[in-house]
Design a protein around this ligand. Structure first.
Ligand SMILES: CC(C)(COP(=O)(O)OP(=O)(O)OC[C@H]1O[C@@H](n2cnc3c(N)ncnc32)[C@H](O)[C@@H]1OP(=O)(O)O)[C@@H](O)C(=O)NCCC(=O)NCCS
Length: 168
């Protein structure tokens, strides 16, 4: 049985560091987007699991923006934080920064929002602990996330229209 004692977003912040190697690059010597998305998914999943202390699955990834390319040889740092906890789902925000190995210059390259759902071993959805906020900024970000949740679920419903076109 998982504890549903409220937790602070700071308690599950997750960081992950990579080096961009040629196998993860495109023809321009910059990061292949799919590799970065895979790292984002892992970093965010660990963060969600730390918050829920349950196995989680990715329900959606959106607001994904590639702000700047990451060149081969750069260090890549990902940071994930719980923005909001709903009933069985959590919205996680992720930022990705590149770091030049010699100059140390850092740049925001990618950001994304992901929603994870906590499941038990039989695939049954499980409640997740609520968040307790230390700052007004955290509270405001969670309120934004509630709006995004509604819009996201609406978009999912409306997706039926374009899905049928693509599938046909
Ligand atoms: C994600 C999944 C568990 C949702 O199950 P479901 O029965 O369709 O979902 P429900 O309508 O009961 O909603 C359950 C929760 O998921 C959320 N949710 C469902 N679809 C969502 C979506 N596309 N985006 C964001 N949140 C979503 C709901 O808001 C709800 O959250 P809440 O309990 O906090 O209010 C299910 O669709 C699934 O297993 N998908 C495959 C997951 C997967 O394989 N991921 C990739 C590998 S990890």
């Amino acid at each position: 049985m998982t504890s549903l004692t409220p937790k602070r977003p700071a308690d599950s912040v997750t960081e992950m560091t990579q080096i961009l190697l040629p196998g993860d690059a495109n023809a321009l010597g910059a990061a292949f987007g799919g590799s970065v998305m895979g790292w984002i998914d892992i970093c965010a999943a660990v963060c969600a699991q730390r918050h829920a202390r349950q196995t989680v699955v990715t329900a959606s990834m959106d607001d994904l923006h590639f702000h700047a390319p990451i060149k081969v040889g750069m260090a890549v740092t990902l940071r994930a934080r719980v923005i909001a906890a709903f009933t069985t789902s959590m919205e996680i925000g992720v930022t990705v920064h590149s770091e030049h190995p010699v100059t140390g210059e850092r740049q925001l390259t990618t950001s994304a929002l992901l929603t994870f759902v906590a499941l038990d071993k039989d695939g049954k959805k499980l409640p997740v602990p609520p968040l307790v906020f230390d700052t007004e900024a955290e509270k405001a970000a969670a309120a934004d996330a509630s709006e995004r949740r509604s819009e996201r679920l609406n978009r999912k419903d409306r997706g039926a229209r374009w899905l049928s076109l693509v599938r046909s």
